[in-house]
Design a protein around this ligand. Sequence first.
Ligand SMILES: Nc1nc2c(ncn2[C@@H]2O[C@H](COP(=O)(O)OP(=O)(O)O)[C@@H](O)[C@H]2O)c(=O)[nH]1
Ligand SMILES: [Mg+2]
Length: 513
Amino acid sequence: MTELARAPQPGRALPADVRGLLDVAADVHRDSPVAAARVRALQERLDEPLRVALAGRVKAGKSTLLNALVGERIAPTDAGECTRVVTWYRRGAVPRVVLHSLDGARRPLPVRRVRGELRLELAEAAAEQVERLVVDWPTAGLAAATLIDTPGISSLSAEASARTQAFLDAGDQLSGADAVVFLTRQFQPADLAFLAAVQRACGGLATTTLSVLSRADDAGGGQLDALIAAGELARRTAELPAVRALSSTVLPVAGLMALGGRTLRHADFVAFRALARADRSAVETMLLTADRFRRPDAPVDLSAEVRRGLVERFGLFGVRMAVALLRTGVQDAPTLADQLVTRSGLAELQRLLAVQFTDRGDQLKAATALRLLERLLREVPTDGDDVLWRGLDRVRSESLELPELELLSRTRLPDGPFPPETREVAERLLGATDPSPAARLGLPPTASAEQLRAAAHEAVRRWQERAADPLARRTTVDAAELLVLEAESLLAALPADDGADDGSAGGAPRPGA
Ligand SMILES: Nc1nc2c(ncn2[C@@H]2O[C@H](COP(=O)(O)OP(=O)(O)O)[C@@H](O)[C@H]2O)c(=O)[nH]1
Ligand SMILES: [Mg+2]
């Protein structure tokens, strides 16, 4: 039987432990201005939003997806100079753009909006001299996380991709990302190598990477069933051992259509309705290619300019989808917008970003802080820092959250601790795709408190049994012991069973229970 070394802790303790450790570090390093500044930056970072970077090849659709996530066109998507620099988008009280140069200087840039789009201009600075741009923008879309747009690998400019790499290597101690959304249109060996590098930079956890099969509407040659094809491709990709080892999830997303949906105006709705009401075969012909759709003369009462705007903002696929939705009964602009966002895959991406990243934000930030503190200790050894090394060990060994994150990564390795069926149950219990108690126990959302408790007891028993299996490998036993703790802490956090003694058959239910 597993003897518990300590009581399970439903209340998460890691962030508080890390703060305590950083206080000690500030004290130990008080006489070294450089180290003290690094510690202070780590402390401040804990109070800032999570940092999520978008990474991938040039033209993978990163900036478009960033805009879709924010719900506004703030990241430039054309091939201008600004698409070649790392740009941070943070929530701020007033719009502001600041250029950070490699030499450490900071300079404000003008904030220009043209037709609702933010225009970033480097002025006379060359992209090569820019370390990053920081854009503050007043939007709820950036409340949960600061989003970091990166220039991309295999870019035309070797420097720009070197900067992306340097950024993701967290070579700059204080700026690296806590989590990464990796975009690719198709997983190729270079993508996997890049993703592996990203992961080393983020502490080697597959849990901090979510992969997106981007521009998913391209998958089926732009036909309406493209997203279904993309979904299947994503599922098959996610099961490839090489991919599974690196990324927790692979999701298809049609970013351009998502952005169109999130910024849909009533005028767009009216234009789509005109198309949906016009002669069907004439409209189908128009929609064969973007060029045709933009032609000056058209069999519908929409100016060429309006049509050009629609393809530009929704993509040809988005236009086809909107017209099809209106033909099948969508009645108003908000419903159309909603449908476009859901069908694009953006809604599911947002859900997973919340479950895997922002809801675990304090844990992920704490993990980043531990990693960077360890680096500081290695780089700047100081008299009296043995107390910090011991502190690091203690925090790491006592935390339930760190092994949880690590286990979530390890379950997906080709030689992970469990066979596939058990892996799924384990990942569910760890809250990989849905943190609600019912989902973690594999029950429907409608499950009663009694069913939840029964399932939690059963989970504790099952994982104890696995942990006690004399033939099991060490890694399997360790993982099973952690899952016993998980199930026990879940059980402890469930609402009490109407006064019934937990698990004992003698507890009589009260009337009306
Ligand atoms: N069809 C289609 N095109 C897209 C999608 N997302 C982006 N694009 C287009 O692909 C090009 C590159 O997009 P961008 O976001 O700038 O890519 P980045 O270089 O990774 O930032 C632009 O012309 C976009 O309009 C999408 O989901 N579907
Ligand atoms: Mg870009």
